[in-house]
Write a protein of this length. Structure first.
Length: 620
C-alpha cells in the first residue's frame, strides 16, 4: 500500500467515473416508481418526520408540527406531548442539509408550476429530496479522496462506487430519499476525510471546526457521535509528548464546536420533550444490557452483512490494513473500534432490525469505513495478482473449463431425468437457469449464505444442521421483543424456525395441526433477547399408549410428564438459569410416538392467559 502523498488533483478518469455514478443515480431517481415502499420521491413513513422539520423551520420558524402533520400526514400517529407540542422522534439534521434543494424547489415552483408553495407539492418534494442523490455522490467523492491517500486513484474510486452501489446506500439515495441515511454517509465521510488530512498538524481553529462537523454528524444521526473516537489516539499521542494544557485546550475547543453545532437538536428536544438531551423514543428503546450486535450484522432479518456481503470483504480489508505498518494503521484500527461501538449501539435498540428496512440501513453512517476497507482489500488483491500474474493467467482457463464442465453435468442430469425434451427444439433458458441455481445451491449446501459466515457455521455446529438453516431463525426473538405487555408467542414445531431437528413436516392429527418426531429425540430453538423466567403451554397428543416426554434446556430439566391420548395442554415453567440471551436449545426425548402441536411462551411476569380448559383446541 502506497505511503506517498496523493497528487493534488484527481485524474479525469476518476472524475468521469464519479460523474457517471451521479448520472446513473439521477436517472434512477427520475424514473422513481411509486410502490409499496416508495412514493415517487415524496416523503413518506419515517421520512415525513424528517421533512416536517424542514418545512416547519422554513415556513413557521418553530418546531410546532401540528399544521405540518395536517398537511403532510402523521403516519406514526405521534401525539401531543406533555409540553404541548406534537412529538417528533426523528432528527433535525437531514432537513437542514436539504435546505439548498428546498430553495431551488421553491424557485422552480414559483416560475414553472401552479402547485402550492407550502412545501407539500410533489415537485417541491422531488427536487428537495434529490439532495439525497447528491449526498450519496458526495459521499463517494469524500471516500475517494480519503482512500487515495493510501491506494491508487482508480482503486479508491472503484471502492467508493462499490460502497454506493453494493450496499443499502443506493436504495436510500434513490428509493427512500426522505430518510437521512445518504446525508449521514456524506457528512461522516467528510468528517473522517478532514480529520485524516489534518491530524499531522491542526490549529485551535481547526479543532473547533472539526468539532462543529462532528456536531453536524450528530444532528443527522446521533449514534454517529462514536466517530469522535478518532480524536482519541491523536490526543493521547500528544499527551505523551507532554503538551497537557494544549491538549486540554484543543479538546475543549473541539467539544465547544460539537456542542454549538448540535444545539439546534437540543433546542428542539427542549421545546418538545422538556430536556435538551433525551432519547425521544422513550427510556425502553435502548436495551443496553441486551444488545444484539451479531444479529444486526448476520441475521437474514435486515442484517448488514447478510444483505450486503461486500461489507464483509470491506471489514476484512480494514482489519488487514490495521495489521500493517504504515500511516493508515492507526486510522484503520480506530475505525474498527468505531464500527464495533456502532454495532453495540445499534444492537441495543429495541427494534435492532430497523423495521421494514432495506438491509442494515442504520449502519450507512459507516459507509466511509466500508469504502476504505474495500480500497485496502482491492489494493492487496491487485498487488498479489501482479506478483503472481502467471499463476492467475494459468488459473483462468482452468476456471473457464470447470464452469463449462459443470454446465454440461447439469444438462446431463436434465437429459437423464427428462427435464429437457429429447430430440426436440426448445427454449434453453430454463436449463441454463437450473445450471446456475445448482451452482448457487452447492455453495449454500456447503457454507450457507456467504453473508452470514461465520455466524451460520456456529449455529450449524450447535444445532447439528446445515448452515443454511441459520437464515430461517436468525433475527427471531421470543417473549415481547417490542415490549408490549400481554404479548405471547405461539410456536409450531413443523416450522423450521423453531423445530431444528427431529420434527417432521406439517400434518394433521385428530383434526388439528401437528408435527411428528422422527424417532425419539428432537431439538427446538428458543431465541431470546435476554435471560428471564418463562411460562410455557405445550399441546401434545399421544399416538402410542404409555407415551412420556422429557424436555431439558441448557442441561436443566424443565418438563417431564406422561402424555395422554387426545389433545391436551401441558403447562410448565422454565427457570431463568436455564436460559441465556441468544439461542437456547431445548432437547426433547419421547418414549414413543407423540403428535406435537403448538408451544406457547410468555414471560413469568405476565399473567397466565385465560383458557377454558386443558383440552381446548390448539390456537391456529
Amino acid at each position: 500500500m502506497s505511503v506517498e502523498p496523493a497528487p493534488s488533483r484527481l485524474p479525469r478518469g476518476v472524475w468521469a467515473t464519479l460523474a457517471a455514478l451521479l448520472v446513473g443515480l439521477t436517472v434512477a431517481y427520475a424514473q422513481h416508481p411509486e410502490g409499496r415502499f416508495t412514493r415517487g420521491g415524496r416523503a413518506h413513513g419515517d421520512g415525513v418526520y424528517y421533512y416536517a422539520y424542514l418545512r416547519s423551520l422554513v415556513h413557521d420558524r418553530d418546531v410546532d408540527f401540528e399544521n405540518d402533520y395536517q398537511l403532510l400526514g402523521n403516519p406514526h400517529h405521534r401525539p401531543v406531548g406533555k409540553y404541548g407540542l406534537r412529538e417528533n422522534r426523528f432528527a433535525i439534521g437531514a432537513g437542514l442539509l436539504w435546505l439548498p434543494g428546498y430553495a431551488v424547489a421553491q424557485a422552480v415552483v414559483a416560475v414553472r408550476s401552479d402547485e402550492p408553495r407550502d412545501g407539500t407539492g410533489t415537485l417541491t418534494q422531488r427536487i428537495t429530496l434529490y439532495m439525497s442523490v447528491l449526498h450519496a455522490a458526495l459521499a463517494a467523492l469524500a471516500i475517494t479522496l480519503l482512500a487515495r491517500r493510501y491506494v491508487a486513484d482508480w482503486i479508491a474510486c472503484l471502492a467508493a462506487v462499490a460502497t454506493v452501489m453494493a450496499t443499502p446506500l443506493w436504495w436510500y439515495a434513490v428509493y427512500q430519499p426522505s430518510w437521512p441515511h445518504a446525508a449521514s454517509a456524506c457528512v461522516v465521510a467528510v468528517f473522517v476525510l478532514l480529520w485524516d488530512r489534518g491530524r499531522a498538524a491542526r490549529s485551535l481553529r481547526g479543532y473547533f471546526w472539526l468539532g462543529a462537523l462532528l456536531g453536524l454528524v450528530m444532528l443527522v444521526r446521533a449514534q454517529d457521535v462514536v466517530f469522535g473516537l478518532l480524536l482519541i489516539p491523536e490526543l493521547v499521542t500528544r499527551l505523551r509528548g507532554g503538551a497537557r494544557m494544549t491538549v486540554l485546550r484543543d479538546a475543549a475547543m473541539f467539544g465547544l464546536g460539537a456542542t454549538l453545532a448540535f444545539s439546534p437538536q437540543m433546542l428542539a428536544w427542549w421545546a418538545i420533550y422538556g430536556s435538551p438531551l433525551t432519547i425521544p423514543q422513550g427510556e425502553g428503546f435502548m436495551l443496553w444490557g441486551a444488545s444484539k450486535p451479531g444479529f444486526t450484522l448476520f441475521a437474514s432479518r435486515n442484517g448488514l452483512l447478510s444483505w450486503s456481503p461486500i461489507v464483509s470483504l470491506a471489514l476484512l480489508g480494514l482489519t488487514l490494513l490495521a495489521l500493517r505498518r504504515g500511516p493508515a494503521r492507526a486510522l484503520a484500527a480506530t475505525l474498527l473500534l468505531v464500527f464495533a461501538a456502532e454495532a453495540y449501539i445499534l444492537g441495543s435498540t429495541r427494534d435492532w432490525w430497523a423495521g421494514w428496512a432495506f438491509g442494515g440501513r442504520r449502519y450507512l453512517g459507516c459507509s466511509v469505513i466500508f469504502g476504505l476497507g474495500l480500497a485496502a482489500l482491492i489494493d492487496l488483491v491487485y498487488a498479489w495478482t501482479l506478483r503472481h500474474s502467471r499463476l492467475v493467467l494459468a488459473g483462468l482457463p482452468v476456471l473457464g473449463v470447470s464452469l463449462f464442465a459443470l454446465c454440461n453435468l447439469s444438462l446431463t442430469h436434465d437429459y437423464l431425468f427428462a427435464e429437457v425434451e429429447r430430440g426436440a427444439s426448445q427454449p434453453m433458458r430454463a436449463a441454463s437457469e437450473r445450471a446456475a441455481l445448482r451452482g448457487v445451491g452447492a455453495i449454500y449446501d456447503t457454507i450457507g449464505h456467504p453473508g452470514a459466515v461465520p455466524a451460520n457455521w456456529w449455529f450449524a455446529w450447535r444445532a447439528g444442521v446445515a448452515p443454511e438453516r441459520y437464515d430461517a431463525v436468525s433475527g427471531e426473538e421470543l417473549t415481547t421483543p417490542m415490549g408490549r405487555r400481554g404479548e405471547k408467542h405461539f410456536i409450531w414445531l413443523d416450522d423450521p424456525r423453531w423445530g431444528v431437528t427431529g420434527f417432521g413436516p406439517r400434518t394433521e392429527h385428530a383434526g388439528q395441526r401437528a408435527s411428528l418426531v422422527e424417532g425419539t429425540d428432537a431439538r427446538l430453538v428458543l431465541p431470546l433477547r435476554k435471560s428471564q423466567r418463562l411460562r410455557a403451554r405445550l399441546r401434545l397428543a399421544a399416538i402410542d399408549p404409555g407415551a412420556s416426554l422429557r424436555i431439558s434446556i441448557g442441561g436443566v430439566e424443565v418438563f417431564t410428564s406422561e402424555v395422554a391420548a387426545g389433545w391436551h395442554s401441558y403447562d410448565f415453567e422454565v427457570p431463568a438459569q436455564a436460559l441465556s440471551a441468544g439461542f437456547n436449545w431445548a432437547d426433547a426425548t419421547q418414549s414413543s410416538a407423540i403428535a406435537w402441536g403448538s408451544l406457547q411462551l410468555w414471560p413469568d411476569s405476565q399473567p397466565r392467559p385465560a383458557f377454558a380448559g386443558a383440552t381446548d383446541a390448539a390456537p391456529r
